[in-house]
Design a binder for this molecule. Structure first.
Ligand SMILES: NC(=O)c1ccc[n+]([C@@H]2O[C@H](COP(=O)([O-])OP(=O)(O)OC[C@H]3O[C@@H](n4cnc5c(N)ncnc54)[C@H](O)[C@@H]3O)[C@@H](O)[C@H]2O)c1
Length: 123
């Protein structure tokens, strides 16, 4: 916890998808530093658990594949059970990035992008 930051999220409850690495992990850390209780969700269970443990007792690790409706429902249920309510959601999960331009993109990679970014946001 960074005590130099203002606690603008004191008393708030936030769920972050794709929190196991990169920008999602940074968002989780910042939300926790600002006082929020954070549900860190990702399909990468080990990294999500490690992140939540590093954030202390105010953080929760939640397994979630954002492309799977049942998995999303389970993640929301687990968060609701632990937190009692939800004030914020950051849908940050993203399919692994690919090199090249859209012209080089195979259709299966495009479908995965749409599934994770768009359908994941809908779910
Ligand atoms: N890195 C950049 O320069 C950049 C720039 C603009 C926007 N963004 C956006 O920011 C977000 C994070 O980017 P990043 O660079 O940190 O990516 P990253 O690849 O480091 O992290 C993405 C996370 O999403 C998770 N993920 C992938 N598929 C998932 C699924 N089906 N269900 C749940 N989790 C899943 C991965 O396990 C990973 O932890 C993405 O939405 C990306 O499009 C990134």
């Amino acid at each position: 916890m960074n005590s130099a930051l203002p606690h603008r999220l004191d008393g708030k409850f936030v769920l972050i998808t794709g929190a196991a690495s990169g920008i999602g992990a940074a968002i989780a850390r910042r939300c926790a530093d600002e006082g929020a209780r954070v549900a860190c969700s990702d399909r990468d269970t080990a990294s999500t658990k490690a992140l939540a443990a590093s954030l202390g007792p105010n953080a929760l690790a939640v397994d979630c594949d954002v492309t799977d409706p049942d998995s999303v429902q389970d993640a929301v249920d687990a968060t609701a059970q632990a937190f009692g309510r939800l004030d914020g959601l950051v849908h940050n999960a993203a399919a692994p990035s690919t090199d090249g331009t859209v012209a080089d993109l195979a259709v299966d990679k495009w479908r995965l992008e749409v599934d994770v970014s768009l359908t994941g946001a809908f779910l």
